[in-house]
Every structure is written in structure tokens, then in C-alpha cells.
Design a protein. Structure first.
Length: 260
């Protein structure tokens, strides 16, 4: 489905999977999990949906595409994801899920986006005017798999890598030291408050792409603010966190935070 009115851009589309209405114990209106894929903000597709198995646990699951940084710089990606959340909430009754119980799951670049969406809620990124809407984009739970949380420190925490520099520079319009204000605006860490929705952070301590320290920084900031947060460290875990164990932990988190 297209989630932006009159858009013909495949980057502004989503898939929606609904649980079997005859599933034993299914609530009449199940919670919704929105999955946002990774790919360095320049690759990936909604078909790479790591949350599909949650349908078998009584959740509706949506998976988004969004404009990449080679088409539009930040915060276009946030605008798209927020527009998708509003579209889904607006159509919750039509598709028979609960628009008041929405959780976000994202990996890598998607982890960055879900954290940012959860922490900024309905507010625009400072200095940016986003499309207005009377429909809330606030979510009730966030699971971040190994996302960047602070662009000011991320590139310094791993050996120098031209590919990573290029990905960040393309998103922000320059390296963090060249565009410090944009780096701060794009960093979820900037927006941490006690009012944050419940967070689950999962990261491998051998991640070779996004530094493990990024998740430690976000966890520590949320704990200091008094927010509801849990961090799970995958020992010797690399950047690929898609496995039965992390899916089970993620499922339990959403069941605890979103189901009555």
C-alpha cells in the first residue's frame, strides 16, 4: 500500500500482514508491530521483514520502505516513517488492529530510525518543518537492534572506514564534524527524556558495523533519565542479529508492553 497521498514512489509503500482471525486467544484487535529495515539508509527493502514471525504470536505486522539518502537527505527518512505510522493508525479500524498499541522494531539503519521516531514522538526534528497531521505518530514501545544513537561519536568508535564515512555523510550532508548541528539533530541520544516509551535495545558486542558502545550510550542515557529500558548484549554477536534467540526476546518484550 502507498502511505503518502498521491505518491507514485515505491519508496513510500508498506506491506501489512494480519494474524489469522481464528487464532486461539487472539484479541479482537491485535497490537501492531512496524518493522523498519536496515541498509545504511541507502539499501534494503520492506520484503526483508525480520518481524514476520510475530504474526504467529497474535500481532499485526507492517514493514516499510522509505526514501534513501541518495534520493533525499535526512530527515526525509523520518518524515516517511512517521507518515506511514499515521497512515496505519488512521486505517486501524479498517484493517482490524489496535491503533493505540503500536510498537517499532528496526535493525541497523532501521534501529536508528525507530529510536529516533520513538523519542521524538509527534515533534518535528528541530529546525525542520514536516507535513502537518492531526493524527498522532506516537508509539507505545520500541525495539532497537544495533542502531546508531550518536553520530558525534559513532565513527570514532570503530577503525576508519570509507564506506561507513560515505554512508553517514550521504545521510547528513557531510561528516559529523562538518555538519555538527545536523549530526546532533539526527542522533536519538539528543531526545532522551523520562517520557520515552519502553525500550528494548539488543546489540552484539562484536559488531563490526555499528559500534556496540552506541547502544551502551543510549541505554545509559535512558536509565539516567528514569525511562523504561532494557539492554541485551549478544556475546560475540556480530551485526546480523536475526536469529531465534533475539526474535524470542523481542517477542516477549512486545507481548509484555503491548498486550493487555
Amino acid at each position: 500500500m502507498t502511505y503518502v497521498v498521491d505518491s507514485n514512489n515505491p519508496a513510500q509503500t508498506l506491506d501489512l500482514i494480519l494474524p489469522d482471525a481464528q487464532m486461539p486467544g487472539l484479541h479482537s484487535k491485535p497490537p501492531l508491530i512496524v518493522y523498519i529495515h536496515g541498509g545504511a539508509w541507502v539499501g534494503g527493502d520492506k520484503s526483508q521483514n525480520a518481524a514476520t514471525s510475530l504474526v504467529d504470536h497474535g500481532f499485526a505486522v507492517a514493514s516499510l520502505n522509505y526514501r534513501f539518502s541518495n534520493e533525499a537527505k535526512f530527515p526525509a527518512q523520518v518524515d516517511d516513517c512517521r507518515a506511514a505510522i499515521r497512515f496505519l493508525r488512521q486505517n486501524a479500524d479498517k484493517f482490524h488492529f489496535d491503533g493505540n498499541r503500536i510498537g517499532l522494531l528496526g535493525a541497523s539503519a532501521g534501529g536508528h530510525l525507530v529510536s529516533l521516531l520513538g523519542l521524538t514522538e509527534d515533534e518535528n526534528v528541530p529546525g525542520h518543518v514536516a507535513p502537518k497531521s492531526p493524527i498522532s505518530a506516537k508509539v507505545q514501545a520500541v525495539c532497537d537492534w544495533n542502531g546508531v544513537t550518536d553520530f558525534k561519536t559513532a565513527l570514532k568508535q570503530l577503525p576508519a572506514d570509507e564506506g561507513k564515512n560515505r554512508a553517514v555523510s550521504q545521510l547528513l550532508g557531510g561528516l559529523p564534524e562538518q555538519v555538527p548541528e545536523m549530526a546532533e539533530k539526527a542522533s536519538p541520544l539528543t531526545y532522551v527524556t523520562k517520557a520515552a516509551p519502553p525500550f528494548l535495545i539488543i546489540h552484539g558486542n562484536a559488531d563490526e558495523v555499528v559500534p556496540y558502545a552506541q547502544s551502551v550510550e543510549l541505554n545509559d542515557a535512558l536509565e539516567k533519565a528514569g525511562a523504561d529500558v532494557k539492554m541485551v548484549t549478544v556475546e560475540k554477536g556480530t551485526h546480523n542479529l536475526f536469529n531465534p534467540e533475539t526474535l524470542a526476546i523481542t517477542t516477549r518484550f512486545f507481548e509484555d508492553k503491548l498486550k493487555p
